[in-house]
Design a protein around this ligand. Structure first.
Ligand code: HEM
Length: 145
């Protein structure tokens, strides 16, 4: 009978980074922090957040997972995961699937701005929906663990 099992992946050098992801390799690791959310149509809220960026040296791609929770109870909120692929022109292609299913497709427009300031990773998310123009939804600041 034909052996259809996948061959074992050779062990990666844990310290090695594919040259293609060198420009954003500072993201690799686990970041934890908290943020604030709101929108003209909803009540504002606070949340805890963990981001993980992982990589192996075989492919120029970083895998990304995010989870958030209510600060007072720990109850899970939004979660998402995806892949970040730096391109030679300096742009980064990011694909993200959200726990809310089609949310990213239903939202008309989303902008995400990430900043690394003094070792802290912060971001701002703005979005436009069919009823609301481009407005802030989230801002958060995270530290590397
Ligand atoms: C880029 C990522 C996100 C997108 C595109 C997104 C999109 C949306 C949209 C379209 C709405 C409905 C707004 C309206 O009714 O006018 C919404 C509501 C909401 N979002 Fe987000 N969201 C994102 C991330 C998050 C995260 C990370 C959290 C929590 C940590 C969160 C928490 C909420 C809450 C609490 C509401 C109010 C409605 C509800 O209670 O379900 N969102 N979001």
């Amino acid at each position: 009978m034909e052996n259809i099992s996948q061959p074992p992946v050779p062990p990666a050098d844990a310290a090695a980074v594919h040259p293609g992801i060198e420009p954003i390799s500072y993201l690799l690791g686990t970041w934890k922090g908290q943020g604030e959310g709101g929108f003209p149509t909803i009540n504002s809220f606070s949340y805890g957040e963990e981001l993980r960026f992982t990589h192996h040296s075989y492919r120029p791609v970083i895998a990304y997972t995010q989870k958030t929770w209510k600060l007072n109870s720990g109850e899970p909120m939004h979660a998402e995961s995806g892949f970040w692929r730096p391109k030679p022109d300096g742009f980064i292609e990011v694909v993200i699937a959200q726990s809310t299913g089609l949310a990213e497709v239903l939202v008309k427009e989303i902008t995400r701005v990430f900043r690394l300031i003094g070792g802290d990773l912060s971001y701002e998310v703005e979005m436009a929906t069919n009823s609301t123009s481009l407005q802030p939804h989230l801002r958060a600041s995270l530290k590397k663990l």
